[in-house]
Design a protein around this ligand. Sequence first.
Ligand code: SF4
Ligand code: SF4
Length: 398
Amino acid sequence: MTATATAPTTVDLGLYSDIQRFGATDISACFSCGTCTASCPLSQTDSTFPRRVIRYAQLGMKDALLSSKELWTCYGCGECAETCPTQADPSQLMAATRRYAIASYDRTRVARTMYTRPVVATAFAVLLAAFFALFMYAAHGPQSGESLAIFEFIPEALIHNTGIVVMLLVVLAGLSGIATMARRIGRREGVGWATVFGSRRALTRAGRAAWYAIGRESLGQARFREDCEADAANLEAVPWFRRRWLVHALTVWGFLGLLAATALDYGLALLGIKETGTPVPLWYPVRLLGTAAGVALLYGTTVLIVDRYRAANRSVKRSTTADWMLLGLLWVTGLTGFVLELALYLPEPPAWGYWVFLVHVAVALELVLLAPFMKLAHAVYRPVALFFVALATQGDQP
Ligand code: SF4
Ligand code: SF4
């Protein structure tokens, strides 16, 4: 069995008011009755979930909060908010504490600004996209009159090199945040390098935990599907193509699919098999992957935006600027990608295709660059936390 270290007891009296800046509702009315625990689909094996996180926030236990893997197991289904007798809305508190954690793991304080200063964050996002667009436009070259030669408009090498710089910055910021989070949770859980790599048995256990976190949960969305769709009344009322787990999964798969298609496109160019941007038939594997991923991303983000706008279910009753910004950037990236593909394959080269390309590249670069500082970061933090959950659950299993 993995040893559990003594919880840190540092008290931060400003913790609760700080978390409120990240969107938490007033939880002072919570009297730890346990109704949220009884209604939470994830609490079968933990009779303190999610109340323990609420108590950390109420008592100012900052270290314990930021070392809590449980923070990331919550799927924001909103079930607990429906049943809380004091309207304390534990679901919103869980979401706000995750935003607070992302900002706390980030040493640059960019994430804190993005979450707590919505006007500044929006202006920053617009200016950043404009900067990328102007930077790319500055490399404006001769446009071919015979085809939509997008790489004559913005040289491929410029996009490629800018992309490498952006990726390096993202990787550095992301790794720093992940290392901070993993160190905190690992210390609390008594998990160190030896626990993961110390022996063949430890490696096997870590491999199983990684599969659970990345394969089963993050890509397969298993627990989201099982727990948040367990409500029989909801299942009957909502058609299969509008179910939350599927819409969320299509958004995740679409985003990852587009990343993979872009990387493969560059890979094929490096191998000299196909120049980037060269027209290919629809069945060409990389184009097929990109098209399917684009459809998934566009459908998923459109439904998520409509549902948020209508506050269509209990999980999206409240939305923050951070929620809208992520969905907006994903949606624009998906839409401009499709319109660009349409322009590329039209018989006559439309001039507007160049401007769509410019917007697409600028927004995609911005989306990637801001990933560690916005809600998208949960796509990495959650699997890391679930890895620790799986390690703890496996215990002494052979
Ligand atoms: S958040 Fe609400 S349901 Fe949960 S323990 Fe507090 S008062 Fe009870
Ligand atoms: S939002 Fe859903 S998963 Fe999260 S604590 Fe509440 S009931 Fe549990």
